[in-house]
Structures are given as C-alpha cells and as structure tokens.
Write a protein that binds this ligand. Structure first.
Ligand code: SF4
Length: 457
C-alpha cells in the first residue's frame, strides 16, 4: 500500500513570532553622535530639535542618504506637499533602522509617509479628479468652530490645529499645520477659551451626544492645563459617557506623555472618569511596526497605569507602508503584545489632493481584511474601514455596490448628519473612488474620457 506523503500542518500564510522592541541607536546618525540619553528623553529637547527642512535633515543624516534624496525632498516641499515638514527626532530615528544600501531611504516605510519626495507622487494621476481638501466634509458639519457633529451620538472636538509631527497624508490637510507653497491652510478664528466654551455649550444642550473624540491636530499640543480644564468640564456633563483623546505623539513624541506633570494630570482626570463610570481612552496612530519602540511602549503603559481605560491604535492603510498581510499582522502583534495598545481601526487613505500614490483600491482593502482574520484575538483584530464622505466609517465589505473597473463604490447610511434636510437618511448613494492608476486599462481610459469631456470633477 502506498504511504501518504507527510503534510506540513504547521505552515501558515503568516507565521507568528514574538519580537522584542528595540530603540534604534540615534548616535548612528552623524548629526546626533553626541546626543545623550538624558537629552533624548526630554520632551523639550525633542521639540526643539524637530527637523523642518531638507537642509536640517541633511545636518542630521549627512551622507547616509544620497544627495538626490535631499533634492527630491526639497522639490516635493516646493511643488506638491500638502503638509509642511515637522519630524521629532524620535520619529526620524525609526527610519533607516537597517541601513543596507544608500537608497534604503526611498523604500523605508516610515519615510514613505512622513517625508514624501517628489518622485513618490504619480506622474499621470497625482490626484483623483474627485479629491478635495476637506474630503470628509468635517468643516461643513461644524456646529461650533472645530466641533464636528456627524454621527447621531458622537462628536469630534478639534481643540488645536497643530501637531508635534506632520504626516504627509493627513486627512485634515485643509486645517492642520502651517501653509505650504501648494496649500494655504484655514485658520481657527476664535480664541481657544471661547471655542472650547462654545463646544461645551453645544454638548450641554444636546444630551443625545454621549461620546467625544478630543482631537486636533494632536492633543499633545494643547497645554496640559487647558486640556485638563476642558476634560474636567466634559466630565461635568452627565450625558458624556466616552472620552477619547487622539494623539499620534504617543508614538511620534512619547517623551511628552512620559512627563511626570502630564501623567499626574492624566491620573487626576482618569480617577474622576472612573468614579463617574466614564470611559477615558487614548487613541494613537501607528502605521508601521518600525515606529514601535520601547519608549512608545513605556508611554502607553504609563497612561494605562495612570488610569486610562484603554490605548487603541487607528492606523491608515498606505501603499508602500503597510499594504501586505504580514506588515499588518506584525504591526498588530507588536502593538498588542509589546505595548498593550489595542489594534482598533485601519482607515483607507482619504481622497485628499496628491495622495494617489498612498491610496489603495477597495478590492485590496477587502483582501487585506480577509487575510488578517483569525490570527489575532477578535477584540484586537483591526477593522479596515472606509471613511465615506458624508457618511462616516464603513467596514470595507459593507459597500452597497462596487465597480472595480471604474473603481467606484457606493455606500449607504442609516442616520442623518447635521447638514441633511431630507427625512430619509438613506436618500442618495455616497461614493468612494479607487485610485485610477490601480484600475484596469478600460477603467483608466473611462476616467481619461471623463476628464476630457469635463465630467470628471
Ligand atoms: S498627527 Fe494626525 S492630525 Fe496630525 S498631521 Fe498626522 S494625521 Fe494629521
């Protein structure tokens, strides 16, 4: 009788392996050869040594990267960038962790989205014809300056329009950061004290709102006293049951969240929240496993010890950064196992100008969601969502219809936002568009015809 050939029952598409986090040695960069551990751990030192130009980057990296890279970067800042350059040393230090060739900088996943260069952008379709500056129409849904009321029970409070770091793909490129040669930013007109008072008045007058995302920008740029005062007022409103603080700085500038006075303040707020049965959580934004270091894990754990109920990650799905199942699972396991951060959402990149080289088609997002199922605990399996203009977050498998040739998906919703007058929340289809360069030839030709006949925008 023929014997059965042995079957390898352990081989899986993804092999889980626990990896210890490592803080890359910053003294490998010529400009930081003499920087001490004490300086590095200071939030003040980190803020005052942020890299803001190609020249400053040159001063740090020197000839570790080719000259053509600096020229490429300067060209992007001048001609294309929607966000100005602002990179804390902590974040720059998570690039080039494995310098094997002089061109590694071009393919580095953190560099790809934090330091975009002109040669990254697509020559033929750099922007989708339906892209827009405030692609989620958050500004249209402001009920007080900076307060977006989109969902029935939740609001987004933008306390500040700056961050300690600027991401190339920022969805709030309309408002966040300083102006670039290509984009003149909107400005928040009111004084913070008046704006915060107007937000709180709206929340007091609308008890159906139970959940406030306190964001920006990044709450790490709100002076702690002001932030604590705002949170304390929020906790005085009985209808508020969930408060979520949005800060990418937990990863980009963990030194901020490790400052004793900030942790003491967070403890005061967390104790009060817990006493009242209110969930206080921190949401951060990590896109690549390379960004997770012991300092980031220490900051997340310190916030949990201060009494925050959960620290969760909301990453963005980006081409060339985290667009494979292995990259997403490596990131998710590192967040969960090494930093006690819950992988929560992965957003499809929004349809802002000059972002096509980062965006992925819906079909790829659906494949990725399928590929990462079953490895992580259910509560920590990130949901890949499309933030559909005028609708909100929808799981990528919830599209009502999808034409993968033209890259057009339609979506519906079951509630009204603050700007709709129709009584029927489902009235009308809401649309998301795939990046055109990823479409088959017939789809690209169709979009070319639309543009030529003036029907594309
Ligand atoms: S941290 Fe968030 S708000 Fe700030 S630039 Fe990055 S994506 Fe935009």
């Amino acid at each position: 009788m023929a014997s059965k050939s042995p079957v390898n029952r352990t081989a899986q598409p993804y092999e889980y392996r626990r990896r210890e986090l490592v803080e890359p040695d910053w003294t490998r960069f010529p400009g930081w050869r003499t920087v001490s551990a004490q300086e590095w751990s200071s939030a003040q030192w980190q803020r005052s040594h942020c890299v803001k130009s190609a020249k400053q980057l040159h001063d740090v990296l020197g000839d570790l990267v080719p000259e053509e890279f600096y020229a490429d970067l300067a060209r992007d800042q001048q001609d294309h960038a929607t966000m100005s350059m602002l990179l804390p040393p902590q974040m720059l230090n998570t690039m080039l962790t494995d310098v094997t060739t002089s061109s590694s900088i071009f393919t580095d996943p953190v560099r790809r989205y934090m330091l975009p260069v002109a040669s990254d952008r697509l020559a033929l379709w750099p922007s989708h014809p339906r892209a827009s500056r405030d692609s989620l129409h958050e500004h249209d849904m402001w009920v007080a300056e900076g307060l977006t009321h989109r969902y029935p029970t939740k609001v987004l409070a933008e306390l500040v329009s700056t961050c300690p770091q600027y991401c190339g793909h920022c969805t709030r490129m309309d408002l966040v950061g300083t102006s670039t040669p290509s984009v003149t930013k909107l400005k928040l007109a009111g004084k913070p004290v008046d704006r915060y008072a107007a937000m709180l008045d709206y929340l007091r007058a609308h008890p159906q709102i139970r959940d406030v995302v306190v964001s920006g920008g990044d709450v790490a740029n709100v002076p702690w006293r002001q932030l604590e005062s705002f949170l304390t007022h929020l906790l005085e409103i009985e209808s508020i049951r969930d408060i979520r603080l949005a800060t990418k700085a937990l990863m980009g500038l963990p030194q901020h969240w490790l400052q004793p006075d900030v942790l003491e303040g967070m403890h005061r707020v967390a104790v009060r929240a817990r006493r009242q049965g209110v969930s206080l959580a921190v949401h951060t934004h990590v896109n690549s496993v390379n960004s997770l270091t012991p300092a980031v894990a220490a900051a997340a754990k310190a916030l949990l010890e201060a009494g925050v109920r959960d620290v969760r990650n909301q990453g963005v799905l980006l081409r060339g950064v985290n667009d494979s199942p292995g990259q997403l699972l490596d990131l998710s396991f590192a967040l969960l196992d090494e930093a006690m951060i819950t992988p929560y959402y992965l957003y499809m990149c929004d349809m802002i100008p000059a972002s096509e080289h980062w965006r992925l088609p819906l079909s790829r997002a659906q494949e990725l969601q399928h590929a990462i199922m079953g490895y992580l605990p259910g509560f920590a399996t990130p949901r890949i969502v499309c933030d559909v203009p005028f609708v909100g977050k929808r799981w990528v498998h919830q599209a009502e219809s999808y034409d993968p040739v033209r890259g057009i998906s339609t979506w519906t919703k079951n509630y009204r936002t603050s700007i709709e007058t129709s009584d029927d929340p489902g009235a009308g289809d809401y649309v998301y568009y795939d990046p055109i360069d990823t479409l088959p030839t017939a789809g690209q030709r169709w979009w070319g015809d639309q543009i030529e006949s003036g029907r594309a925008s």
